[in-house]
Design a binder for this molecule. Structure first.
Ligand SMILES: [Zn+2]
Length: 408
């Protein structure tokens, strides 16, 4: 006997094993059985083995709506202090990078604000940003540290990320991003800072179970391939998987570097070359595309979508929610931008926030598809066809969100 069955719904299962000839692997007039927070059965309503009241303690009529897997935002910096609205305004008035830095802008202003914020205020501001994502059907979110750049604040950020999950019921995957920028007290001493990251902070994160993965920012303005390798080597010794901010502003061979460490994902990838794409395909590293940052920074070089297709690299999409380059709290808007700016198809876009986003977090056997055995995470939508999710701008057709079988 199931706990509940959801009836009279069309299912975008996103699960190749359920067949279907479109990218949504859709089942028209389907049903989903749920038991103990997990999906027990998915199929056509006509194939149920008996009347709903004999199969489940509760039956929900979805009124012909669509059900998709709960959406997954697989790259965010949603926990941080302050914002950068002033810097945004200054830049639009023509201020130079230096003037902005002198006025206290840039990434280090977020570091200062985050160090000054206590856990309670970090939790409050992150909750406010998470709420619009949840209302759009997000049931899993990745959250990075990286605005503390010291032991106490990095730990506090990931403790807050953990709390956020416990308080909202949303699944949270945490990445330690100590190698995000060089803190002011280590100016000119990147190797000294990486000593702190690799010998002290990362081991503590691992021993307290605060990090599910380790991330780094590989770029001319951040950390070199050699420095990233050092961070990834330390992560490997601690048994933590890695991901990389790669090739966003220049080709650093970041996609290939990530692949060499069997990274779960390489993210941004605007300047990634075919050689890196081949290495990613070989390693099964997911390409996470961040069209919100591309848009907000007014970038013109698009990530090599055709190469990802040709080499069958899985593509995911995320908000990159952060105060500097992507103050974004709408994953549906990212679906639209992935289609309009990067020319993904709506099928690819939805796959990018479900099945492939789960793979980017190493959670492909836990969420991202409507399939038996997976967590009962799904969203109900007032739409006629799934392409509407990518098509509309500023419209939220989400009619309900279920996480582990419970409405959230
Ligand atoms: Zn990022």
């Amino acid at each position: 006997m199931w706990d509940a069955v959801w009836l009279n719904a069309h299912l975008a299962t996103m699960a190749p094993e359920s067949g279907g000839d479109d990218g949504y692997h859709a089942i028209r007039d389907g049903a989903v059985g749920v038991k103990d927070g997990r999906i027990a059965w998915v199929g056509r309503r006509s194939e149920l083995s008996g009347p709903p009241e004999d199969l489940a303690r509760a039956a929900f009529d979805c009124g012909g709506r669509w059900i998709t897997p709960g959406l997954i935002d697989c790259h965010t910096h949603i926990v941080h202090g302050g914002d950068r609205a002033n810097e945004f305004a200054l830049r639009l008035k023509g201020a130079s990078y230096e003037e902005i830095a002198r006025a206290g802008g840039g990434i280090l202003s977020t570091v200062t604000a985050t160090r000054a914020a206590d856990a309670r205020s970090l939790l409050q501001s992150a909750s406010r940003r998470l709420e619009p994502l949840r209302r759009e059907g997000v049931t899993t979110i990745e959250i990075k540290s990286g605005y503390g750049l010291d032991l106490d604040t990095e730990v506090r950020m990931l403790q807050v990320a953990t709390r956020l999950g416990e308080e909202t019921g949303i699944r949270v995957s945490r990445s330690f991003l100590g190698a995000h920028a060089l803190p002011p007290e280590y100016k000119g001493d990147a190797d000294g800072y990486l000593d702190l990251v690799c010998r002290q902070v990362m081991p503590q994160m691992a021993s307290e179970g605060l990090a599910d993965a380790v991330d780094a920012f590989g770029e001319k303005i951040a950390f070199s391939p050699e420095q990233v390798s050092r961070v990834f080597g330390a992560a490997r010794e601690l048994g933590l998987p890695v991901r990389l901010h790669a090739d966003q502003l220049s080709d650093q061979g970041g996609g290939g570097l990530a692949a060499a460490y069997d990274a779960l994902s390489a993210d941004h990838l605007e300047y990634t070359t075919e050689r890196s794409v081949e290495a990613m395909a070989e390693a099964g590293t997911v390409a996470v595309l961040l069209p919100g940052a591309f848009y907000f920074l007014g970038e013109v070089k698009r990530p090599p979508i055709d190469l990802f297709r040709r080499h069958a690299v899985q593509m995911a999409i995320a908000t990159d929610c952060n105060p500097g380059s992507a103050p974004v709290t709408s994953l549906l808007l990212m679906l639209n931008m992935a289609c309009t700016l990067f020319r993904l198809t709506p099928e690819e876009a939805l796959t990018g926030v479900t099945r492939n986003a789960a793979a980017a977090l190493g959670l492909e056997e836990e969420c991202g598809r409507l399939a038996p055995g997976l967590s009962a995470d799904f969203a109900l939508w007032d739409i006629a066809v799934p392409a509407e999710l990518s098509y509309r701008i500023g419209f939220n057709p989400c009619a309900g969100v279920v996480r582990a079988g419970q409405a959230v």
